[in-house]
Write a protein that binds this ligand. Structure first.
Ligand SMILES: [Ca+2]
Ligand SMILES: [Ca+2]
Length: 189
């Protein structure tokens, strides 16, 4: 850019200046090439976050409510996980299994119908894609607890886990572990 500015100060463009101009253009081309190269990096994650594809995942073993877990994810620059594909479901199931204390352990994901019953939305407000669903075969059941006395608002938040990795709607207020997700870093190295 400095080279371009210098060119503007020439009052006479003789043959020598033309040679100089050509070499200046070449220098600028090389600069552009270097800049493109700086962005050509592999995606990576912060410490404790696990890379998969172009996303980073954090599997929190601290148990808290759906809202509190979501706040914690956002505090770390992400949000509760949104599962976009069968492949992402499988990958998360495998990783969750490694972190389960027992076969019934479960983790919050970013899916809820707390705004309107049975209208399932991800944390980015996108609707649940019904072409791939990973509900456990008895779910979602919006279970209100025994005689509706325990959990009058029903099940409005979703965990994945137990051995199958399938989804269960449960009360948002029960403390569970959670999965956070954010885009991988591709900043310059
Ligand atoms: Ca519900
Ligand atoms: Ca349920």
């Amino acid at each position: 850019r400095n080279e371009e500015f210098k060119l503007g100060s020439f009052e006479i463009m003789g043959p020598q200046d033309f040679v100089h101009l050509q070499s200046t253009v070449r220098v600028l081309d090389q600069d552009e090439g270097v800049q493109v190269g700086r962005y050509d990096t592999c995606p990576k994650c912060e410490e404790d976050w696990e890379l998969h594809g172009e996303k980073c995942y954090y599997f929190s073993t601290r148990e808290s409510t759906w809202n509190q877990s979501r706040d914690d994810c956002r505090h770390g620059g992400g949000d509760l996980v949104k599962i976009d594909s069968r492949e992402e479901q499988v990958e998360n199931t495998l990783r969750v299994r490694e972190k389960m204390n027992d076969d019934y352990d479960t983790f919050w994901i970013g899916l809820t119908d707390s705004q309107e019953e049975d209208k399932w939305l991800w944390v980015d407000d996108s609707p649940l894609n019904t072409s791939f669903l990973f509900w456990n075969d008895t779910q979602p059941d919006n279970w209100p607890g025994i005689n509706g006395e325990n959990l009058p608002e029903g099940d409005d938040c979703v965990v994945m886990g137990k051995k199958s990795g399938c989804w269960f709607d449960v009360s948002c207020k029960i403390p569970y572990k959670s999965i956070c997700e954010k885009s991988a870093e591709t900043r310059r190295v």
